[in-house]
Design a protein. Structure first.
Length: 144
């Protein structure tokens, strides 16, 4: 990455972190890479169930209870040295998780496999923003 791209990533990440629910910035080289692909199904089930227990079986972003949870990896990307470090794994509901992976969700929406209005509604509720702010937000996310 060029110095200019690194600066843009760092500025954008800081802006997005002002939201309660915001899309993860993932370097292109890490697209579709995750721990679930490294561990066996049995190992991943043990990890994710321990995460759900740690988080009290609720979504750590919106607080949804009694929902099917998904384990989400929180990575810290150090753009200047091209290092990524696993910070934690947390429990997310389906819609918070889809919002964290906004690029992938956009692909699913275009294929008719994800309800974009539900995604936007969830983002608006969690962030206490009007739904029409979502377009400006996604323009920032996909600006890079």
């Amino acid at each position: 990455m060029s110095k200019q791209e690194i600066n843009r990533c760092e500025v954008l990440e800081k802006q997005l972190s002002n939201y309660k629910l915001w899309a993860d910035m993932v370097p292109k080289g890490s697209f579709f890479q995750n721990l679930r692909k490294i561990f066996s199904r049995t190992e991943w089930d043990i990890i994710r169930k321990a995460v759900y227990k740690k988080d009290g079986h609720i979504c750590v972003i919106c607080g949804t209870e009694n929902a099917k949870l998904e384990a989400h990896e929180e990575w810290n990307y150090i753009y200047r040295s091209s290092i990524q470090k696993l910070e934690s794994i947390c429990s997310l509901c389906y819609w918070c998780h889809r919002n964290k992976h906004l690029g992938h969700s956009s692909i699913l929406s275009r294929k008719g496999k994800l309800d974009l209005d539900k995604l936007i509604s969830h983002w608006a509720i969690v962030n206490k923003k009007p739904k029409f702010d979502f377009r400006e937000y996604t323009n920032k996310v996909f600006d890079l």
